[in-house]
Design a protein around this ligand. Structure first.
Ligand code: ADE
Ligand code: ZN
Length: 317
């Protein structure tokens, strides 16, 4: 089944480039940039990838991102991810990056963007993988800081397909970012947002009604609100679900309890994604495979999930 799932053509719609930083590359970049790390070796770092919630993961994820300094570092990070896409027949990807994680450390916005964009262009030309980049605001920071990030992005407007919202969800509802999302939409950006990962269904309502998002990132807690479920089904609003992430971050205690197939059978446009594959133990195929192993996902269900991912692209072919 693994090989069959791997060969299935699919799109990835929920992937943080910083979360694809494998420990081996992290150590190589630390050496190249002469940065001392608090871990002795790759194995020690991997052993630290045990999380009880989103925040514990984010603390390590932001720490890891500190090795990314130069345009070439961002190129190498993105290129390594695209090679994984090629190996797993991901024909289209819409990755996120978090500019504030880097600009707050003094790395110029353009350095980050140039490295990522050059790799995505090579990915299209050399690997045949199409892509659309999503600029994600950090929700634990202020709306004013998000506005400054949007200012920095405007000279490179054509490099992005959408803006998104990620980082610590609880206590940072979508309503906090209503004005900056209004502005982004008026500048022609599409919008997506993480909602209903750890946060309640109300955050999903806000993301839909106030941020006017095209897709819900995660959204697994929608199942707690029947009226919301009906809306998501009626309007066929896609959910970018990340099964291995949800179990690693204890959103579900075990993959057996994941609700993605229940949502699929109820008519929700759910898709399978890897979120932060270097930290959560697998890329897209491993996420599909875990659904087969623990939830008995059939080939027919896998085909529908993969088709949903192709249908839910913001950038149509
Ligand atoms: N799963 C996730 N939720 C929120 N913010 C993130 N940033 C990277 N991964 C994330
Ligand atoms: Zn995410």
């Amino acid at each position: 089944m693994y090989d069959w799932l791997n060969a299935l053509p699919k799109a990835e719609l929920h992937l943080h480039l910083e979360g694809s930083l494998e420990p081996e590359l992290l150590f190589a970049l630390a050496e190249r940039n002469k940065i001392a790390l608090p871990w002795n070796d790759v194995e020690t770092l991997r052993a630290a990838y045990a999380f009880n919630n989103l925040q514990e993961f984010l603390d390590l994820y932001y720490q890891g991102a500190d090795v990314l300094r130069t345009e070439q570092d961002f190129y190498d990070l993105t290129w390594a991810y695209l090679l994984r896409c090629k190996a797993q027949n991901v024909v289209h990807t819409e990755p996120f990056f978090d500019p504030q994680t880097h600009t707050d450390r003094g790395i110029p916005f353009q350095v980050v963007l140039d490295g990522i964009s050059r790799a995505l262009k090579d990915g299209q030309q050399q690997l045949g993988i199409s892509s659309g980049l999503i600029l994600s605001f950090l929700r634990h920071l202020s709306e004013e800081e998000a506005h400054k990030t949007l200012d920095q992005a405007m000279p490179f407007r054509d490099a992005f397909v959408a803006v998104g919202l990620d980082s610590s969800e609880m206590g940072h509802p979508p309503s906090k970012f209503q004005r900056v999302f209004d502005r982004a939409r008026s500048e022609g950006f599409l919008t997506v947002a993480h909602a209903g990962e750890e946060g309640p269904p109300e955050y999903i309502w806000e993301a839909l009604d106030l941020l006017k998002i095209q897709r819900i990132d995660h959204g697994v807690r929608a199942i707690e609100d029947e009226r919301l479920m009906q809306r998501i089904i009626d309007e066929q609003i896609p959910l970018t679900v990340c099964p291995l992430s949800n179990t690693k971050l204890c959103v579900f205690d075990h993959m057996r309890e994941h609700n993605i197939l229940e949502m699929l059978e109820r008519g929700v446009k759910v898709t399978v994604n890897s979120d932060d594959p270097a930290y959560f133990g697998g890329y897209v195929t491993e996420n599909f495979h875990a659904l087969h192993t623990h939830l008995g996902m059939t080939q027919d269900q896998a085909r529908r999930l993969a088709q949903n991912s192709l249908d839910a692209r913001l950038l149509k072919a």
